[in-house]
Design a binder for this molecule. Structure first.
Ligand SMILES: [Zn+2]
Length: 110
């Protein structure tokens, strides 16, 4: 693993992490729920299901997504999706991190 390449990319602001969704598995608000959060008018209480996107340059990696994928991609105007994982576990985290390192090495290659 080339830690120097990751550190370089972070220092150059070449890596961006976008939280596509931070809601529960049902999203927020939950259908037919009358709790304060679900009834809130605050836009921060309207959250799609959990997902993140890691961007390096114009390349994007979406990690963990669900039924809100289409809405999230349209909202963020994603033009170049290289990889997307439905679920994360330690094996996938390792694989994604290795792909990420290779991507950074590729971007830094003259
Ligand atoms: Zn609720």
């Amino acid at each position: 693993m080339d830690v120097a390449a990751i550190n370089f990319a972070v220092k150059m602001n070449a890596i961006k992490v976008t939280f596509l969704g931070t809601g529960t598995s049902q999203g927020i608000p939950v259908i037919a729920c009358n709790c304060l959060v679900c009834k809130s008018q605050n836009p921060k209480d309207n959250r799609t299901r959990s997902s993140i996107m890691i961007s390096v340059g114009d390349k994007n990696i979406v990690v963990d997504t669900g039924p809100d994928f289409r809405l999230q991609m349209l909202r963020e105007n994603v033009q170049n999706l290289r990889l997307f994982c439905l679920h994360m576990n330690t094996k996938i985290i390792f694989q994604v991190s290795m792909i990420f390192v290779r991507l950074i090495m590729f971007l830094n290659h003259p």
